[in-house]
Design a protein around this ligand. Sequence first.
Ligand code: AMP
Ligand code: MN
Ligand code: MN
Ligand code: MN
Length: 284
Amino acid sequence: MAPMKLRQFDLHAHSTASDGSLTPTQLIQRAHAAGVGTIALTDHDTLEGLNEAAQAARALGIGFVPGVEVSVTWNGITVHIVGLGVDPHSDVLERGLAGLREFRDWRAAEIGRRLDAAGIDGAFAGARALSNGRLISRTHFARFLVDNGHARDLRAVFRKYLVHGKPGHVSGRWAELGDAVRWIRAAGGQAVIAHPARYPMTRSKLRRLLGEFVDAGGEGIEVVSGSHGRDDYFSMAHLAREFGLLASAGSDYHGPEHPWIELGRLPELPPGCNAIWEEWPISH
Ligand code: AMP
Ligand code: MN
Ligand code: MN
Ligand code: MN
């Protein structure tokens, strides 16, 4: 892995390669301007933005970690596994992600058919146009629906159309947990459970997930996440210690029109965490 810079680490962010609204170059520039010392690009199920981001980071002298956020289905629940320090040219990882993107393509058409049946025309074409020929996420459907007046904002549109029990919902059939970890490790990366406090599961089920994750070779957990509250930082730090997991921190930034999180504003890890970056080479 390339040498890391000290100062703030933000190890979870998206670009137009998946459902972010900034290009990889724009994302890196904004992170740099916000005072982030090291940023990871972790697009959903694709490595497409990594070369561009690495180049932009080199030009600005900001630390860069090539990453990915792999969609997983575990016990019927969608769980996200971030890979940090992955080789952007790994065949094993790329093949695994290609399978997930095939499911995404089918799912996007299916979401479109279901919204059609609910009286909303043109959602698939609209989401596809917003994705600029790259993978289609529910976020693209959400943007189309907001632009066309079907809901007030992104949060409202998910609640109304895109989650379980709503007209545009299609169940995930993503990677197996063990496969996602294996692909990341085969690409030389470290596997990290993304936003663990956000999953719709009891604490005992989350413990079961963490146990299986560790057994599969998972190494880290996002203790600080843009989608965590203050209390979550402390409870996730506790779980990290209990399971011997390294602590990560990431904003899950998607762009300036997702106003609930901005780059460069992440709090420190709570005391007692072993930061995942502590074992990384440092440049001064
Ligand atoms: P997908 O992987 O295509 O199912 O889309 C998941 C993405 O949708 C997440 O990564 C978020 O970016 C976005 N998302 C999910 N739930 C919400 C929500 N309630 N409000 C805004 N964005 C959401
Ligand atoms: Mn997303
Ligand atoms: Mn996620
Ligand atoms: Mn994310």
